[in-house]
Design a protein around this ligand. Sequence first.
Ligand code: PLP
Length: 389
Amino acid sequence: MKVDFYRHSLAKDDADAVARVLDSAFLTTGKVSQGVEEQLAAYFDVPHALLCSSWTSGATAVLLALGIGAGDEVIVPAMTFIASANVVELLGAKAVLVDVDPHTLLMTSANVAAALTPRTRAVIPVHLYGQMVDVAELRKCLDEYAQANPEAGRRIAIVEDCAHCFEGKLRGVRPGADADAAVFSFYATKNVTCGEGGGMIFRDSDLYEAVRETRLHGMSAIAAERFSGGGYNHWDMRRLGVKANLPDLLAALLPDQISSIDQRLPQRQELADTYRRAFNQTPLRQPEMIDDCLSAWHLFAIGVEARNRDEAVRRLNQAGVSVTVNYRALPDLTYYGEKYPDAAAACPVSVEWGRQTISLPFYPGMPKEHQLHVIDTAMSQLVPLAVAD
Ligand SMILES: *Cc1c(COP(=O)(O)O)cnc(C)c1O
């Protein structure tokens, strides 16, 4: 049996939405994107939303708008996808890697508090696998630091990495409620996707206005506005920006997915429950579930003994099961390991999980018999590899 890791669920109706954009005169960021931005703002109950061409380009635009650059520090968990830290390094700032909680694998306020310095300008909490970091608690922790260290000056911003968590909630609250900005990815494998793309939400109007510019070269008006009112309008450039806008051609794929995302979550929950029930009494490791957190269940990750992980991947592949690793911890990658040689010792939980973990096939619509085959293979082939000596 051949078991795919992931399959998207875009269909003929979505092709029709793209065709309607092709029929119009306007292919890039315009009315369709604006409609999706309004839809995003309503879904997350925030005043402002913007689309972007990827999480990475959007987060870069946000950090630029926050004025982050050389000499600044931004705190990032060591257990995440490289993009979360790369955006910081690309701007010449320093990605300060902190460890995650050994049970939930999420960034903790305590570890952030220990890493704060007068150079800290922002924190990027990552809602790994779909469970949410307690951003409200993090905000409190940053405010306490600011109060105790008035000489540190500027307020420390929170930019949530919501690439794994669109539809999740913590204590009934969706992402973005306690952050300066929350950034989503609509990359091909994410819960909401348009192939490549992303979204950003804001509560603060000034930051939103600044990101509108840093998202598009720093220009003071988008293309649709430059030609509004029947003629050409001049634009200005007040700050440096990147090219991070999303064209309507891709934005057209989003409205139906956003309006149906909450209805698709039970399918992810059912797959996750089936895996969890099967593995609960085994030595296979699983992240702990947080009370009162509705996980967006982006990925389903398990862990075996670190020295056996690659053998476990080989056995799954041999049984026709496609898997990935999310993620080897940042200090275990050459760039971060060489640049920050102390990070591995400072982040033992992240490093260990990064050496143990395997992500199993997991997507709405995954055939039942495929999941049973993955479970059978894991029970017979992986359980012995999960036993510690
Ligand atoms: C996918 C992902 C990103 C990057 O998203 P892009 O849209 O591909 O730039 C960032 N952070 C995490 C945690 C991700 O999983």
